[in-house]
Design a protein around this ligand. Structure first.
Ligand SMILES: NC(=O)c1ccc[n+]([C@@H]2O[C@H](COP(=O)([O-])OP(=O)(O)OC[C@H]3O[C@@H](n4cnc5c(N)ncnc54)[C@H](OP(=O)(O)O)[C@@H]3O)[C@@H](O)[C@H]2O)c1
Length: 263
């Protein structure tokens, strides 16, 4: 149930965060931590999950953790449904994700990597999101957040699987948003450009406009409160998306081909 009061305009009380052992997921967990909030934090790395859980408890949250590899999509959906049955989620943040770039010396990304990214970046969050959105729709309340990427809007030649899987997730989130809106459930797609995390630095070390994870978490919290459909950040990526759409195809292709893979 959403509570209104205190310093926070609207506070969700039962929250699931996947990828909570990661930097953006951890920042979101801390951002939502306060008295009366129950957090279910998922990831694979038990040590990092435990450290985030301790930080969130110190801020007043009641915290449970789950170590689970979401490549096992059926297990991830079953666990999400089991937790939602025990304590219905008000807010679900699907943050887990894998980055990639074509390995040096390879002409194309290896097939196994493409398949893995398909599962972690698209199939698992989409299937979990669908299962939980349906349950929220029958309760007539709830909010879902999908963490996509600004890469979804650009055909990056050196990261076809990453941009492709995040593009699929973006379209899924938008369609699901319209699907469940009549039932009082909101869906927010977040499309970050550069976030200053260890994983992010592997692909955009030193890039301008990289945002601190805590700042991104705050902006996401605001967007959820406003039931915003789409949050693109930082702002230059809004312009970049428009530019990509407006540029004639020949020029766009030439520009994208001129981009060099990071590293
Ligand atoms: N950093 C950026 O510049 C940037 C830009 C755009 C979008 N994003 C997106 O933002 C999200 C968070 O990124 P981040 O920079 O915070 O990366 P991160 O620190 O590497 O966090 C990624 C999280 O995903 C989890 N994860 C990965 N594969 C998993 C699997 N098979 N099963 C379960 N959990 C899995 C990781 O769990 P373990 O560590 O426990 O394995 C970790 O908690 C991702 O979806 C990413 O695509 C990031």
């Amino acid at each position: 149930m959403f509570r209104v009061g205190s310093a926070h305009a609207a506070v969700a009380s039962c929250i699931l965060i996947t990828g909570a052992s990661g930097e953006l997921g951890g920042a979101l967990a801390r951002c939502y931590s306060r008295d009366g909030v129950r957090l279910s934090l998922w990831g694979r790395d038990l040590g990092r999950l435990a450290a985030i859980a301790d930080a969130c408890r110190a801020l007043g949250a009641i915290v449970e953790t789950r170590s689970l590899d979401i490549e096992d999509v059926a297990a991830a959906v079953a666990a999400a449904v089991e937790e939602d049955t025990a304590a219905p989620f008000d807010l679900v943040l699907l943050v887990s994700g894998l980055g990639d770039t074509r390995p040096t010396g390879e002409q194309v990304e290896p097939a196994e990597l493409v398949a893995r990214l398909g599962t972690v970046n698209f199939t698992a969050p989409a299937a979990m999101g669908a299962a939980l959105a349906g349950r929220m729709a029958s309760r007539r309340r709830g909010a879902l957040v999908f963490i996509g990427s600004a890469a979804a809007f650009h055909a990056l030649p050196f990261a076809a699987a990453y941009s492709g899987t995040k593009a699929g997730l973006a379209r899924f989130a938008d369609a699901l948003r319209l699907n469940v809106r009549p039932y009082g459930v909101s869906v927010t797609l977040v499309s970050p450009g550069f976030i200053d995390t260890e994983a992010g630095r592997q692909t955009h070390d030193g890039r301008a406009f990289a945002m601190a994870p805590d700042l991104v978490a705050k902006r996401i919290e605001q967007a959820v409160r406003r039931k915003q459909a789409h949050l693109i950040l930082p702002w230059p990526f809004v312009l970049l998306r428009a530019f990509d759409r407006l540029l004639p195809a020949v020029l766009r292709d030439r520009l994208l081909l001129s981009l060099t893979p990071p590293g």
